[in-house]
Design a protein around this ligand. Structure first.
Ligand code: GLA
Length: 777
């Protein structure tokens, strides 16, 4: 996995190699990261320095060809001739910013080396090794430790650094990235996942040209604006082919990813804590550790890269008893009630949910303090007896008696000015001594740098978890930071990072000894969807947007970086609260089922036939849940602009589920193919459409074309008929060996303005189908 020979380090995974060497002056020079290579001389791959390049500064008078600016490096400092962006900006003990770390030694150990302050990947078996390289800045005695952990079977290498002050005088870190690597340019695009509230994780491709490209957040969290995960894809890479590098950071705060194409055609990649408003003082003997960056490479396109990430996250990030465990189908009452509910309403909803097959009932915001709107009550986690008359322990019992597990919402990092907590402890809120704080969603952020605040949160949340039988917690966080200041720290440059360390401390203390609780974190939807949170919460609420057409973009974006077992996805009512779009119930399910399925609507207003459909959906999901949450997931390059194709293949290739989605229909759609991948070429399968109801009302007056007589669709009996009967959309069934099906199944025609019959697919705008592919012996 890791070897060291003649000054060259070689890190191998099953399909990748990562090679670098120590130069004669002690710098680390990158040689290769990409496809796995045979052991041999790497001379051919080493960047050549045979001519003196103009406008460069020579590192040492003894070698006029040695210029750091034109080298491919694993780490670079400031002030010794490399003018690209450095991964470190440190005011050194002598007051200057010049650093020059050179190799001093290395150590290889089995397993991962856990961190003191931050969560990181882990291993339970003997399946990874760690290389620690120590570099020294000679005149100052400051040490830099580079950690490389190799997960061979996952094609993942992780990197992080620790800075250690070996000098008598303090130093000040202004920027310290977790990793840096220089790669040769391959006309890369930097692929990032951008957005905002209700439009998270939209894929954005940006072709590199000379200069620096930055993906970052400054909101205090990993943010809905720019996910910390990003990719570098060579020109022409597709979902199934081409070289793609993936990078992601195990961190939930402000992050920074810089990709710089130099004038010499080298691409410098860095990821780590955002230097924005960051500073950290290290006194003699003190250490600072950066979060861990996860790196992967695949020459099988975006899908290959994503599948590496998925396996790695399921195996080495998500932990505890929910690792690899199927997630329950839940019903969340938020979009059903918002703040307006009573115990009776909740119990009625829970009873109906149970009848449809739901397994977990989640009571969202509004159950505590004076929380009747988002203007009051945050911070006061005492149950509101006007709403929950019997108190939380009894209420949980009632839900359990219905046959459902019980889950509860909290937003522990926040406080409303109109709350008992704020009245008693205004100093708990993040604010400056000499300014009025700015509100976001009528609330302030609690100061997690303050140990007393952390104790308050731990005690109040643990109190409720102890007294009531709670199987699931939704941990929300609904605003960006402002007025960053804590009286508990002397250097306010530490604020953002100390907040995140405080958050991890709280999560560990509350949930560490409650592994049975399924924690789903949330932040106004997907404002904190990152690997740091996944170390505590096995699933994360992806977005407050439950419109399936929007979800196709959001869940697609997240799927590049995160496995489906981590993505919370709900079916809600239509027209959608976020977009006013009306979509078929089947499409809402077909999108949400590629994730951790939940429902979030008032079942009281769901017509009988739709309830039957929901019951069938849940039964289908339970039958195929393992494939949907843990299968090998494939995205397909769009065959047409208005189509989306997904597939999840069971690990044993005994079954697969494929999704075919049409965003907007066009006239005379032409032929549709169903792309498939990942099947066993030696196995014979049947492929069958999941039956889907067609509600008569969707066709309006068109219904008259198939009835022997004409009716007014708004006529009362017509509406009654619509409530009692519905049609089934065309069901197709084919058989074939894996390879035949992967050649592209040709589907029946869509409705083309005429010829409605049982063999015509009635999709229309926002229509979709699921196909189940099963091995037959
Ligand atoms: C946030 C969450 C929602 C819901 C509300 C409750 O917006 O993302 O799912 O929990 O808060 O206030």
């Amino acid at each position: 996995m890791i070897s060291y020979q003649d000054g060259t380090f070689r890190l191998d995974t099953d399909h990748t190699s990562y090679i670098f060497r120590v130069t004669k002056f002690g710098h680390l020079e990158s040689i290769h990261y990409g496809e796995r290579l045979q052991e041999q001389s790497y001379e051919a791959l080493i960047l050549k320095q045979s001519a003196e390049i103009g406008s460069t500064v020579k590192y040492d008078a003894s070698d006029p060809l040695y210029s750091l600016d034109t080298m491919s490096l694993e780490w670079s400092g400031i002030g010794k001739g490399d003018y690209r962006h450095s991964p470190a900006e440190i005011r050194m003990p002598n007051g200057s910013f010049v650093t020059d770390f050179v190799y001093s030694g290395s150590q290889i150990t089995d397993g991962c080396i856990p961190m003191d302050t931050l969560p990181s990947s882990y291993s339970e078996a003997d399946d990874c090794r760690t290389l620690k390289i120590t570099m020294i800045d000679q005149p100052s005695g400051v040490l830099l430790h580079l950690f490389y952990t190799v997960f061979a079977g996952m094609d993942v290498i992780t990197r992080r650094v620790v800075l250690e002050n070996g000098n008598e005088n303090p130093l000040e870190i202004r920027k310290l990235m977790s990793m840096m690597i220089d790669l040769p340019s391959r006309n890369f695009s930097m692929v990032t996942f951008k957005g905002g509230w209700i439009k998270e994780a939209h894929r954005d491709d940006c072709r590199l040209h000379p200069g620096l490209f930055v993906n970052e957040s400054t909101t205090g969290a990993s943010s809905n604006r720019s996910n910390p995960g990003f990719l570098l894809a060579e020109q022409g890479a597709s979902e199934s082919s081409g070289r793609v590098y993936g990078f992601n950071l195990v961190y939930s705060g402000n992050h920074y990813e810089g990709v710089e194409l130099s004038n010499m055609g080298l691409v410098r990649v860095m990821s780590g804590i955002n230097p924005h408003c960051f500073s950290w003082t290290l006194h003699k003997g003190e250490r600072f550790e950066t979060p861990e960056t996860i790196m992967t490479f695949s020459s099988s396109g975006f899908n290959g890269m994503s599948q590496n990430f998925h396996d790695f996250i399921n195996g080495h990030i998500v932990r505890g008893i929910w690792k690899g465990k199927e997630r329950p189908v839940l019903l969340n009452n938020w979009e059903a009630h918002f703040f307006s509910f009573t115990q009776g309403k909740l119990l009625r909803l829970a009873r109906q949910a149970k009848k449809l097959g739901v397994e977990l009932f989640v009571l969202d915001d509004g159950w505590f303090g004076k929380r009747n709107s988002d203007t009051a009550g945050l911070g006061d986690y005492t149950v509101n007896r006007r709403k929950i008359r019997c108190g939380m322990p009894k209420f949980a019992e009632k839900i359990n008696r219905i046959g459902l597990k019980f889950g509860l919402w909290f937003e522990p990092e926040m406080v409303n000015p109109d709350s008992d907590l704020f009245r008693a402890h205004p100093e708990y809120a993040v604010r400056l001594p000499d300014r009025d704080p700015s509100l976001g969603r009528n609330q302030l952020v609690l100061d997690l740098c303050n140990p007393e605040v952390r104790d308050y949160i731990v005690t109040s949340v643990r109190g409720i978890l102890t007294e009531a039988d709670i199987s699931y917690v939704k941990w929300d966080m609904n605003r960006h930071m402002s007025d960053m200041y804590s009286p508990c720290i002397s250097d306010q440059g530490e604020f953002y990072h100390r907040y995140i360390i405080g958050l991890y401390d709280i999560l560990g203390r509350i949930f560490g000894d409650r592994p049975q609780i399924l924690l789903e974190t949330c932040s106004s939807g997907g404002n904190r969807f990152d690997l740091g949170m996944l170390c505590y919460s096995p699933q994360i609420w992806a977005s407050d947007d439950t419109d399936p057409i929007e979800r196709l973009a959001i869940q697609r974006g997240l799927s590049y970086l995160y496995p489906l077992s981590t993505i919370g996805a709900h079916v809600s009512s239509a027209p959608h609260q976020q977009t006013l779009r009306s979509t078929p119930l089947s499409s809402r399910f077909n999108a949400a089922s590629f994730g951790c399925l939940g429902y979030e609507l008032d079942l009281k207003f769901v017509p009988r036939l739709e309830k039957r459909e929901i019951r069938e959906q849940i039964a289908f999901y339970k039958e195929h849940r393992n494939t949907m949450q843990y299968g090998k997931f494939y995205r397909f390059d769009a065959l047409k602009g208005n189509k989306v194709h997904w597939e999840s293949v069971g690990r044993d290739k005994e079954e697969a589920v494929a999704g075919f989605y049409q965003t907007q229909s066009s006239a005379s759609e032409g032929f549709d193919f169903l792309p498939l991948a990942g099947l066993d070429p030696e196995k014979k399968y049947t492929l069958r459409t999941m039956p889907r109801p067609l509600y008569i009302k969707r066709f309006g007056a068109l219904i008259n074309f198939i009835l022997p007589f004409h009716i007014d669709p708004e006529w009362f009996p017509a509406r009654m008929i619509n409530k009692l009967v519905c049609l089934t959309d065309c069901v197709e069934e084919y058989q074939g060996y894996g390879r035949l099906l992967e050649a592209g199944v040709k589907l029946n025609n869509q409705f083309e303005g005429s010829n409605f019959n049982s063999r015509t697919r009635m999709l229309g705008d926002f229509g979709s189908n699921l196909y189940i592919i099963r091995h037959v012996s």
